[in-house]
Design a protein around this ligand. Structure first.
Ligand SMILES: [Zn+2]
Length: 303
């Protein structure tokens, strides 16, 4: 009997998983929930990304719903420490797992779910693949996760208002994923960028594999001259730091690979590019080489 109780207790403690967020307050009623910078794990519930929270008089707008049902629940618990107002709107900034796999949780609470039409298609195409990968990485923490897609979509621009707060949603083209968007909050000069901006960690040329479009999208976003950037990964920053961490790195890869192609170089030369000036970004050991390869493949194809 004693043995059974001990085993039951061990099981209970091993199932107590949670995701932790660093909550960064940006302006009155706007927060960033900054998740881990490392890979998705059972303990972070698949969450290694940054989310946005806007508290209005009529309820909360959440930017990105998390990578799993349990992750969404942890995001909700974190929001409840900031306000008791309900989550009314969830915006998915793209097609990557942590942007949308928590939709089901928030939809059941009555939230409207919004994404670009391209992001919705991307999510529909890659849902099975994303769930299979998460199943390997986060195991039990994926329990209860059901793919639910946005009920409201837009092609290029959407205006949104909740509790007197106006938001402008823009899809400028593919970046990290095919349907990435930015959310502009004019009253605070604040931009939520999803995976269009990576801070603190090295970006991965994502599923869209279109670094040139990503460069163009970043330029269109930068025209707004945001005072604050809430990125898809890492801490809140200004535009200049976001430019250095994301835009300059993309342009650096493009310039280096272009020189290699001009000299009839090959993939091996691409993998030898000295990327040390970006080694201050976390995860560079596992990502830098792959990025160079992906840019090389794309540029060689277009050459
Ligand atoms: Zn991401």
């Amino acid at each position: 009997m004693k043995k059974i109780i001990i085993l039951a207790l061990l099981y209970l403690f091993s199932s107590l998983t949670y995701a932790s967020f660093e909550v960064q307050k940006i302006t009155d009623n706007v927060y960033a929930l900054v998740g881990e910078l490392s890979q998705r794990t059972k303990t972070n519930l698949g969450n290694n990304s940054t989310h946005g929270v806007i508290i209005t008089s009529e309820g909360v707008v959440l930017i990105d719903s998390g990578a799993s049902y349990f992750d969404a629940k942890e995001i909700h618990k974190t929001i409840q420490k900031l306000t008791h107002k309900p989550v009314k709107i969830v915006i998915n900034t793209g097609g990557q797992d942590h942007r949308w796999l928590g939709n089901d949780y928030f939809q059941k609470l009555g939230a409207r779910i919004i994404s670009s039409s391209k992001a919705k298609i991307d999510q529909q195409i890659r849902a099975d693949e994303q769930i299979t990968r998460l199943d390997l990485l986060i195991k039990d923490s994926l329990k209860g996760t059901e793919p639910v897609f946005a009920s409201e979509t837009f092609d290029e621009k959407m205006n949104l208002e909740l509790g007197g707060v106006n938001l402008e949603l823009y899809h400028f083209g593919a970046a990290h994923t095919a349907g990435d968007i930015v959310i502009w909050m004019p009253s605070t000069e604040l931009m939520f960028t999803g995976d269009i901006v990576f801070n603190d960690r090295m970006l991965g040329i994502g599923p869209a594999k279109d670094f040139q479009s990503w460069i163009n999208v970043f330029e269109k976003m930068a025209i707004f001259k945001p005072k604050y950037i809430i990125p898809g990964h890492g801490s809140v920053s200004n535009l200049s730091l976001a430019t250095h961490n994301t835009y300059n790195y993309l342009v650096f890869l493009k310039t280096k690979i272009s020189k290699i192609l001009d000299n009839d170089g090959d993939m091996l030369d691409a993998s030898k590019i000295d990327q040390s000036k970006f080694h201050y970004l976390k995860n560079h050991e596992s990502i830098a080489g792959k990025n160079a390869q992906r840019v090389f493949e794309k540029m060689e194809f277009d050459y």
